[in-house]
Design a protein around this ligand. Structure first.
Ligand SMILES: O=C(O)CCC(=O)C(=O)O
Length: 365
């Protein structure tokens, strides 16, 4: 993000939008007061203190003994994970649990991979933070019309044990029809550096790498339980399923060279916007410094507005209307896909970013 003549960061909406469209991500430095990030750190500590690993271990719903998060595999069949969209749940690092001796290898705080997925709604500190005007402003600047917050997480990346996050596109997990429109907002709670596993991106890959893989819910034909599986196809074109041979070929082609990735160190106080189609990853944290981050994902359902022409004033009026009302008369342009792992429930709909204002911070932004 460029600096203005006073050396301050320039959060000009046009600049944000240009960089976001060009690269598929934008780093906004000095975007948030450090005191605000410190509040999130304190609240994260409180949440970890409340975490009783025995609850996870003895959870009757949870047929596996320990809920481990390892970016896709063991946890994928896990009810504890699949029903976490409207809860605050705790997920462990794969290496934290000693399977043989049935105990933790590291301290409780260092054993966690992440907490998710409704911090933005259920935890008052994270709620106020998430719905603040700053994020509404950047969502508007990249043209989001009616964004819903679909999930939030604290990702720990603890010293020595914090796992690699393999290359992926967020739309693989968070898809909408007829096209994906999801944006991640990623906030480091401590400096994220090349040593402790900052994010890495392939700049522009949201334009050059069509979505080839989706992670979808399906019923296991043997035991009837809901499971997750990868499905391959051209998801920019209706999603044709592929043969085994094509899948293997795709896997080969998709092994992206690490040298294509650009590291994006992000100091505390900054924030990164991530397009749902940009390819990104992060290294394991082999250092002695934690790299915690808070992240939430927004899905822009948009709205159809056939009744207005493309006049800018009309568009502005609609945006103002959308931002102040709790119901919308206009129809959404996109639907949340029913095959996504993450689903709203009977009691909980994804909240709208522009219609919920829990921010009592009077700062003008
Ligand atoms: O925090 C990380 O290391 C990875 C985060 C990420 O890939 C995501 O939120 O999509």
């Amino acid at each position: 993000m460029s600096k203005n003549l006073n050396g301050e960061n320039d959060f000009d909406p046009d600049t944000i939008s240009t960089l976001f469209n060009r690269n598929g991500y934008v780093l906004l430095e000095n975007f948030l007061p450090i005191s605000m990030i410190d509040e999130l750190l304190i609240e994260t500590k409180n949440l970890v203190e409340q975490y009783d690993p025995q609850q996870t271990l003895n959870n009757e719903e949870n047929e596996e003994e320990v809920t481990v998060f390892n970016a896709g595999k063991k946890q994928s069949a896990n009810e504890y994970f699949l029903s976490s969209s409207d809860k605050i749940r705790y997920f462990l690092e794969q290496d934290a649990w000693d399977e043989q001796n049935h105990c933790f290898r590291v301290s409780k705080i260092n054993s966690l991979n992440k907490i998710g997925h409704a911090l933005h709604w259920l935890n008052p500190v994270f709620k106020q933070f998430t719905f603040q005007k700053r994020f509404q402003m950047i969502a508007r600047s990249i043209g989001l019309e009616d964004p819903l917050i679909v999930q939030s997480m604290v990702i720990f990346k603890n010293p020595y044990i914090g796992a690699e996050v393999p290359e992926h596109q967020d739309a693989t997990f968070l898809y909408s029809t007829p096209e994906p429109r999801v944006v991640g907002i990623w906030i480091p709670l401590e400096d994220a550096t090349e040593t402790n596993g900052c994010l890495q991106f392939i700049p522009g890959s949201h334009r050059t790498h069509p979505l080839r893989k989706r992670w979808i819910r399906h019923h296991d034909p043997i035991d009837g339980r809901i499971q997750m599986k990868d499905q391959y196809g051209d998801w920019s074109n209706g999603g044709q399923e592929k043969t085994e041979h094509e899948i293997n070929n795709d896997e080969e082609k998709n092994k992206l060279n690490k040298s294509n990735f650009v590291s994006v160190p992000a100091p505390k106080g900054s924030c990164i916007l991530i397009d749902g189609l940009v390819v990104h990853r992060s290294d394991p944290n082999l250092s002695n410094k934690a790299r915690p981050a808070y992240t939430f994902h927004i899905f822009d359902q948009g709205y159809l507005h056939d009744d207005v022409d493309d006049d800018d004033d009309d568009k502005q009026k609609i945006l103002e209307h959308q931002s102040t009302t709790t119901t919308t008369k206009s129809k959404p342009k996109r639907q949340w896909d029913s095959l996504n792992w993450l689903q709203p429930t009977d009691q909980y709909s994804f909240p709208r970013l522009y219609c919920n204002d829990f921010d009592d911070d009077d700062d003008d932004v």
